[in-house]
Design a binder for this molecule. Structure first.
Ligand code: NDP
Length: 323
């Protein structure tokens, strides 16, 4: 037997139960991993509440972790028992041991700890595709990053600064503003009420070519107003709730804007893209360009407390659950 956090119904943090589950056997193309650290992500909340539909019940939520391969099924060549590995994507992460398609694993460089790997795979590869592919951030760009002191946010601030961009980080408190600033945000704006005016002031009226918006419902329209003509709205999360249906004419009226709702799953669906994203991330973390800020850890069995903190906006940077 092994231990896992499972949900049997959708609901609040209390639906997460620490339970005995049979140790899974790796099937063809699969690997069994003993997890040393599990990443906490906002998407875990969406699966718990039901905003994203559970593929099955009971469900082990969680989509990120790091550990050691202990067994492999038939037809696995990419990894072998003893390998240090990490992943982002396949659901089933809140467990001490889990099976996973081996082609979703990447080997973790020796210099990167399990906790750092578990903290960075999902949030870091998200930052990678948003900054390098959804919109290619260039030196001299000024960009808006919402939830700038959060997990994805702190990585985006550091990486975008390294790319030569000026980051306007949006946060909900002065304390978070200081953290975002210390991690590369040149400017910080607290709350949304003055955001458009601040972006106008900072850019001398030019506005920005891209807004990275993970807040969703509460910020969607404000974010559109921060964009320069032909700008790109990258609406990549729904921390405040999903964005209601959009009248396309709005994009015309506000300057022939582009709108995308990207996901890491699409951007890493091909093995080559997954490897490129992970390599790029390991590179910036290995060089110290991006420091993964693990500002909270919880025992995995206390995942409910971690969800309460995340939803109450009490966390900053990344959070790791320890099996
Ligand atoms: P964060 O650490 O960023 O936590 C969420 C943050 O959102 C909070 O700290 C808070 O920051 C802000 N927020 C704004 N409004 C609310 C609200 N009503 N309730 C709670 N939080 C709110 O989480 P992650 O780094 O894990 O994820 C960030 C976002 O990115 C999430 O929306 C997630 O879904 C999305 N995401 C999308 C991916 C994709 O590929 N599309 C992949 C990975 C993440 P503040 O207090 O400063 O406002």
């Amino acid at each position: 037997m092994t231990k896992a956090i499972r949900i049997h119904v959708n609901g609040g943090p209390e639906v997460m139960k620490w339970e005995d589950v049979p140790t899974p056997e790796p099937g063809p193309g699969e690997a069994l991993i003993k997890q040393e650290a599990v990443g906490l992500n906002y998407i875990d909340v969406y699966f718990r509440t039901g905003l994203y539909k559970a593929p099955n019940m009971p469900l082990v939520i969680g989509q990120e972790g790091a550990g050691t391969v202990t067994a492999v099924g038939p037809n696995v060549v990419a990894v072998a028992p003893g390998d240090r590995v990490a992943y982002a994507g396949p659901i089933g992460g809140y467990a001490t041991e889990r099976v996973i398609p081996a082609d979703r694993l990447v080997k973790v460089p020796e210099a990167i700890s399990f906790q750092t790997a578990a903290a960075m795979m999902l949030q870091g590869m998200t930052a990678q595709y948003l900054l390098r592919r959804t919109y290619t951030v260039k030196a001299g760009d000024t960009i808006v990053v919402h939830a700038a002191a959060g997990g994805v946010g702190l990585i985006m601030c550091q990486w975008a600064k390294h790319l030569g961009a000026t980051v306007i980080g949006v946060v909900s408190s002065e304390q978070k503003a200081a953290i975002a600033h210390a991690n590369g945000a040149a400017h910080t704006v607290v709350g949304y009420a003055n955001l458009v005016a601040e972006v106008k002031r900072i850019t001398a009226g030019a506005m920005v070519p891209v807004v990275y918006d993970s807040v969703g419902k509460d910020t969607f329209l404000t974010s559109l107003d921060c964009l320069a003509p032909l700008g790109l709205m990258a609406s990549y999360g729904s921390a405040s709730g999903p964005v209601p249906p959009v009248e396309l004419g709005l994009l015309a009226a506000k300057g022939s804007l582009y709108l995308t709702r990207p996901t890491l799953a699409t951007y890493t669906a091909k093995r080559a893209d997954l490897e490129r994203a992970a390599t790029d991330l390991f590179d910036v973390v290995g060089k110290g360009v991006v420091k993964i800020q693990i500002n909270q850890t919880f025992p995995l069995k206390d995942a409910a407390a971690a969800h309460i903190a995340l939803e109450a906006r009490k966390t900053t940077g990344s959070t790791v659950l320890i099996p």
